[in-house]
Design a protein. Structure first.
Length: 342
């Protein structure tokens, strides 16, 4: 069924297709029994995963990356399709509209997407309300960021607001300092500002239950050099956060085989199949550098069973999908879960 749905949606503007596709999926989830809903998309009716909050990613191996369910409106349907965890956001303290449209583009032959969305979301307070009654057996992570008009010098306050508001309603956090679509955001990946943000979040967590800490992960760009990677690993050790998600989208256009003039789409982050080699290189290097007890989640161009297996073999604790889910539908979740025995 999904190939038919995709072909219809691909006739629409990319952002409209994104919107209507998700709402259509959620509508079907609400009106159909779960088994029937899964059958429409040719995926098994998977049981929800075992959750061990103290060792969250022991059993959680395949999740949805941030950016698809920005406002926590579709996570139940997405979990029903086989994602063992769903990452919402990026969430900012105040609502923001994001960058001017058009800002989302499909490169169909390359199975890639360029986006410059710009953290468009409903703001942390409205998103929190949608998660207050979240079923405890659906794992949701919050990808958090700063508002566009917040100066980098004050960015830590934005991350703290999101952290405080969402702490009781999500299962883990991801600090996003690597999106290329918010001006100057990536400069927060530098050692000093990163230590400031992550240390503040760890200190803030002490105000909550000491027996119920939640993983804090850092999402990094695929465009970092070896020196920057070493600095980030030092920061992870110093601040003692749980680990890293590698990687976000790339500002380069490396790996495109069919699109000869990507500049026509303008700036933005590239995701999908062309990102895999760049992202995998970062994952491989990080595994050699990170302490063994740190979590490493791989994301970026994972669009097949073989690529998923390669990332796991490189040492990733879990993987996330995004663009492959758009192009290949829920079946890719099942294929990877079956092949990798997840």
């Amino acid at each position: 069924m999904y190939p038919i749905i995709r072909n219809i949606l691909f006739l629409l503007d990319a952002e409209k297709a994104h919107h209507w596709g998700l709402w259509g999926m959620s509508f079907l989830y609400k009106i159909l029994p779960k088994k029937t809903f899964c059958g429409l998309f040719n995926v098994p009716n998977y049981p929800l995963p075992i959750i061990d909050q103290k060792n969250l990613f022991q059993h959680l191996k395949i999740g949805l990356a941030a950016g698809l369910d920005k406002n926590a409106q579709h996570y139940k349907a997405l979990a029903a399709l086989g994602f063992q965890f769903v990452e919402i956001g990026t969430v900012t303290p105040r609502p923001q509209a994001g960058n001017p449209k058009p800002r989302l583009f499909r490169l169909i032959k390359d199975e890639a997407i360029i986006n410059r969305m710009g953290f468009n979301n409903d703001g942390v307070f409205k998103i929190k309300q949608r998660l207050i009654n979240k079923p405890s057996n659906i794992v949701v992570g919050a990808n958090i960021g700063k508002n566009k008009d917040t100066a980098n010098e004050k960015a830590v306050e934005d991350y703290l607001i999101c952290f405080r508001e969402l702490y009781e309603v999500v299962d883990y956090f991801v600090v996003n300092v690597s999106s290329p679509n918010t001006p100057n955001l990536r400069s927060l990946q530098e050692k000093e500002p990163l230590i400031k943000i992550l240390s503040a979040l760890k200190d803030e967590e002490k105000n909550f239950s000491p027996n119920s800490t939640k993983p804090i992960l850092l999402k990094i760009a695929p465009d970092l050099n070896d020196h920057q990677l070493q600095d980030i690993v030092e920061v992870i050790k110093l601040t003692d956060i749980a680990g890293i998600i590698a990687t976000n989208t790339t500002i380069t256009r490396d790996g495109l085989k069919y699109e000869k003039h990507p500049e026509k789409y303008g700036p933005g982050g590239l995701s999908g199949k062309p990102l895999f080699d760049k992202s995998f290189e970062i994952i491989y290097k990080l595994k050699q550098l990170l302490p063994k007890d740190k979590i490493l989640i791989g994301v970026g161009g994972i669009d097949s069973e073989d690529r998923a297996e390669k990332v796991f073999n490189a040492g990733a604790n879990a993987i996330q999908l995004y663009t492959a889910f758009i192009y290949k539908g829920p079946a890719i979740i099942h294929k990877i879960r079956k092949h990798c025995q997840l």
